[in-house]
Design a protein around this ligand. Sequence first.
Ligand code: NAP
Ligand code: 8YV
Length: 320
Amino acid sequence: MTKPDLLLPGPLMPMIMEQLDAAFTVHKLYEAEDRDALLSEVADKIVAIASGSHVNVDAGLMGRLPNLKIVSNFGVGYDTVDAKWAGEHGIYVTNTPDVLTEEVADTAMALLLMTAREFPASERYLRAGKWPERPYPLTKSTLRGRKLGIFGLGRIGKAIAKRAEGFGLEIAYHNRSKASDAAYPYHDTLEGLAAAVDTLMIVVPGGDATYHAVSTDVLEALGPDGILINIGRGTVVDEIALIKALRDGTIRSAGLDVFEDEPNVPQALIDIDRIVLLPHVGSASVHTRNAMGQLVVDNLLNWKASGKPLTPVSETPLRS
Ligand code: NAP
Ligand code: 8YV
């Protein structure tokens, strides 16, 4: 039986690639010496794409593939895929929701604790042999008495809220619309939320709608005891404004798992010792990445077998 043709713009985990090879004829765009020539050669045959956050699947690419039916994205965030264009052209886009929610919420809480209590800096202090000279200084911040504002009370935001309740934090949130299944105080603007709390947790998707939503005004509203945690997307924060706010003491600290131009992190952030910087590891355990990888494959296999994927995104609610 002939296998449908699938385009792989960039490499994915071996467990994904092995299963794709078994079910599809896979064309590895990233291995081609002349990508344009490969695209021209296979364009008419390609019905599926499997992609990750390191490659843009935009209208330019999808528009060259007249028989494309599905883009299976590795990651719950799909800001690198033009899902609106795909939906308008009858192409499914799928993502990997739920299977990573608890892992990312764990990471978010760890990042908040590390930032408030300066654990990475205190560990560096021990390793540098400074403890015998004098104890590490008391931290200016604590979680005690903190009010946590969640920007993006969705699947991961709610899992963070549940954990934060256990830590005794007061919780409030901002979404575009009030969540029907959450009793936490709702703020209809981000600036309003920032003014009401001292700890802002970003868990919204990237893309145009949230681009630089965390601006100088929001950071000023958060205030001098403010802690900013970003586990969502780097593009949500105006990084230049954040660097200035940290230098000027407009806010106290930040814990960042995501950046505007990954994997490049501004030296100005690296130079601020008290903040915590992680290399986008929110979901990065073997357990969770395998679950995400399996969902990438299962979306494609389900679509191949029945014409319907398992987890299509909201922009592509196709019925057939
Ligand atoms: P989700 O369930 O769709 O939640 C997203 C939340 O953001 C919703 O509550 C939504 O509420 C709100 N939102 C969306 N656009 C908004 C806007 N323009 N203004 C205000 N609120 C907005 O998604 P999830 O599964 O929790 O994942 C959230 C994001 O986390 C992903 O998109 C991804 O970028 C990021 N993520 C990062 C990592 C990591 O490794 N660091 C891992 C996984 C996910 P409304 O629709 O009511 O606005
Ligand atoms: C992944 C993520 O690490 O799911 C997401 O949106 O940001 C992470 O879980 C990333 O997509 C993999 O490249």
